[in-house]
Design a protein around this ligand. Sequence first.
Ligand code: GLN
Length: 331
Amino acid sequence: MKKINGVIILLLLSVVTFAQQISEKRIREVMKEAYNKYKAPQGGANANYIPYLADVNSNLYGIAVCLPNGKVLELGDTKYEFGIESISKVFVLALAMQERGQKAIEDSIGVNATGMPFNSVLAIELEPARAVNPLVNAGAMATNSFVPAASGAEKWTKIDNIFAKFAGRRLPVIEKLYASETATNQHNRAIAWLLYSYGRFYDNVDVSVDLYTKACSYGTTARDLAVMAGTLANRGVNPLTREKVINSEYCPKILATMLTEGLYDETGDWIYHTGIPGKSGVGGGVIAVSPGKMAIAVFSPPLDKSGNSIKAMYTIKYMVDKLGLNLLEAK
Ligand code: GLN
């Protein structure tokens, strides 16, 4: 009798576990549906304030999903290397948190939402403590300055190493993009100096802005971004390499900054529609994380007025809805 009870319990457990997992087949179906629904142009335009980005083919479109077992499902242009741009902010924050601890980030940078555009100066001026979320330009440059290192070269090595661990491969910097951004980043330099004037910058301003710009110029594919985001979905362990990249307790904190600021002044709308943390970059990438379940990365260059990829947002919203990934839904 005991034995039979045990078998029944085991059977029940496996049914429950199975019910919680979304099958790979179903994910592939939903990816295909989304791809077909949105593959035609959906409006918007490539970023043009960084000349390199304006010239990227607007029709490129790729979807990648990374599962905790290390499988990566891909559809469309998932091998094209595009500028990671602001999605890099998430992973520099992870490095800074890993090296300095969570409390230091809260105190020295800030974690609240700004509700403002990504390059807002007003966001700094209106906040008495000059606290800025690490996922807007001001906070991201300050976060970069907050990574402890004896020199710019040493700091870059730390950034390069942790990005390689997140992606499961060493990422290239797109030199043409880096040059293009460096030639046009006067506004960012002004923001960094403003923070410096308020005592909220923690290293040489020119070096930090340069390293921030360089990290924004990493070339990543949709597949890379799915694996990087998949590491955040998987308690800080890279699902491909099984390497532990950051402490698990930092993952929900990093994801919280994505929840409040990941799509800038459009984050409220994003959360309302999806209920999961996301992060965009003006290169056309968007990542979304469903903790413990999967990460989705979509690439399509045309952006809306907030600087978020229109097709990528539509695609992720569709997939979240069909796969039941909204965190605010009682399961
Ligand atoms: N490198 C870009 C900038 O600093 C990143 C902006 C973005 O992706 N939203 O403006």
